[in-house]
Design a protein around this ligand. Structure first.
Ligand code: DQA
Length: 140
C-alpha cells in the first residue's frame, strides 16, 4: 500500500509556527513516528508553499496510489484550483487539519475542497494524519 501525504503552505514551519495551535513537533519528527507505526505502508511526503506545485503533485500521484492525505493549509478555504485537481484524479483524498477549524475564525469553517474529498479529519493535532491513514486502510 502506498500513501502520499501532501502539506500545503506554512506547514513546513510546524513546531515553530504558532505552537499553541499547531504543537511543538516538527513534521519530519512526526513522520518518523508515523512510518514506524505503519511499517507495511509506503508513506511518501511532500510539502510546498506554492499552489501550482500542490496541484502538480496531486496530478503526479493521483492515478496510482492508494490514498492521498492532504492538509492544504489556508488554500483549503479558497483554492478552487485545488478542488478541481482533487476531482480530476481517482485516488481518494482525505482532507486533514491539525487544529479544529470549526473552533477558530469564521473563514476557517469553510472548506472549498471538502466536496471533492472522500472525508475530513480535523482537530486531533498531528494525530489527524494517522486517523486519515486509518480511514484509507479501512476503505480497502
Ligand atoms: C490548518 C488550518 C488552516 O486554516 C490553516 O490555514 C493552516 C493549517 C490546520 O492544519 O489546522 O495552515 O490546515
Amino acid at each position: 500500500m502506498r500513501i502520499q501525504i501532501i502539506n500545503g503552505p506554512n506547514l513546513n514551519l510546524l513546531g515553530i509556527r504558532e505552537p499553541e495551535i499547531y504543537g511543538k513537533k516538527g513534521f519530519e519528527e512526526y513522520l518518523h513516528i508515523l512510518r514506524n507505526t505503519y511499517p507495511n505502508i509506503r508513506i511518501d511526503y511532500y510539502q510546498s508553499n506554492v499552489e501550482g506545485e500542490l496541484i502538480n503533485k496531486i496530478h503526479e500521484v493521483g492515478f496510482d496510489l492508494d490514498g492521498i492525505v492532504l492538509n492544504a493549509g489556508a488554500y483549503t478555504h479558497y483554492s478552487l484550483a485545488l478542488m478541481d485537481a482533487i476531482k480530476s484524479v481517482n485516488t481518494p483524498v482525505v482532507e486533514v487539519h491539525i487544529s479544529n477549524v470549526h473552533q477558530r475564525e469564521e473563514f476557517r469553517r469553510r472548506s472549498v475542497i471538502s466536496p471533492a474529498c472522500k472525508g475530513v479529519v480535523c482537530g486531533f493535532g498531528l494525530d489527524s494524519y494517522r486517523l486519515a491513514i486509518e480511514a484509507l486502510l479501512h476503505m480497502k
